[in-house]
Design a protein around this ligand. Structure first.
Ligand code: ATP
Length: 200
């Protein structure tokens, strides 16, 4: 099983691209979905996270509010690292188990923080999706109705785009319309299928 790790900065088009791969029949493993499951009520990470941050991180239904968590760790590297120690090993474990259970030639593992959280070893190839900063900012503002300042803050807190791109085996430039992205993904899909056959 060939494992392709898809990553990219905020608003680069990870979700859009993974939906297109999914439409081609490629199984998608989403690290964000897994992280949510890891933090679900009754999971060991749930209690450990409350121990670290207190019950103020719970929403009115008693679930961990990930937005509140994100705000709390934004400017606090010590707590960020402690939280990562709770979540990352479990996310890694779940991704590996899920990938091992699949029967297809290859799968796509979407890990927004693939480089930042040193998960490169989980995948065989790294696919980075990117777009010009103005395009990304524009698309996020339109999608989330956020201020330019807020989007810029998130972009500034993420690793430098050049550094992310330097880790890429393949790059998807998402500067044009969706049709063009679909076309580029079809070409990559073909390449990954061939690669998967050659290694199996
Ligand atoms: P995040 O990091 O915030 O989770 P993401 O990397 O998953 O974002 P998407 O949600 O896929 O990015 O894309 C951001 C926004 O841009 C979405 O509203 C999406 O519909 C739009 N978008 C993505 N690619 C294109 C494109 N080629 N043309 C037009 N709109 C696009």
């Amino acid at each position: 099983m060939l494992k392709i790790g898809l990553t990219g900065g905020i608003g680069s088009g990870k979700t859009t691209a993974s939906n297109i791969f999914s439409g081609l029949g490629v199984p998608i493993i989403d690290a964000d979905v897994i992280a949510r499951q890891v933090l679900a009520i009754n999971q060991p990470a749930f209690a450990e996270t409350i121990q670290l941050f207190g019950k103020a991180i719970l929403d009115k239904n008693g679930h961990i509010d990930r937005g509140t968590l994100r705000t709390l760790i934004f400017d606090n590297p010590v707590k960020r690292s402690a939280l990562e120690q709770i979540i990352h090993p479990r996310v890694r474990d779940a991704i590996e188990k899920k990938a091992a259970s699949l029967q297809t030639d290859y799968c796509l593992i979407v890990i927004p923080l693939l480089i930042e959280s040193n998960m490169q070893d989980l995948v065989d190839r790294i696919l980075v999706i990117t777009a010009n900063p103005e395009k990304r900012i524009n698309r996020i503002q339109r999608r989330d109705n956020t201020s330019l300042d807020d989007v810029q803050k998130i972009i500034d807190a993420q690793i430098d785009e050049k550094e992310r791109l330097s880790c890429a085996d393949d790059i998807l430039m998402n500067n044009n319309d969706i049709l063009s992205l679909e076309n580029d993904i079809r070409i990559l899909h073909q390449k990954y299928q061939e690669l998967a056959k050659s290694v199996s």
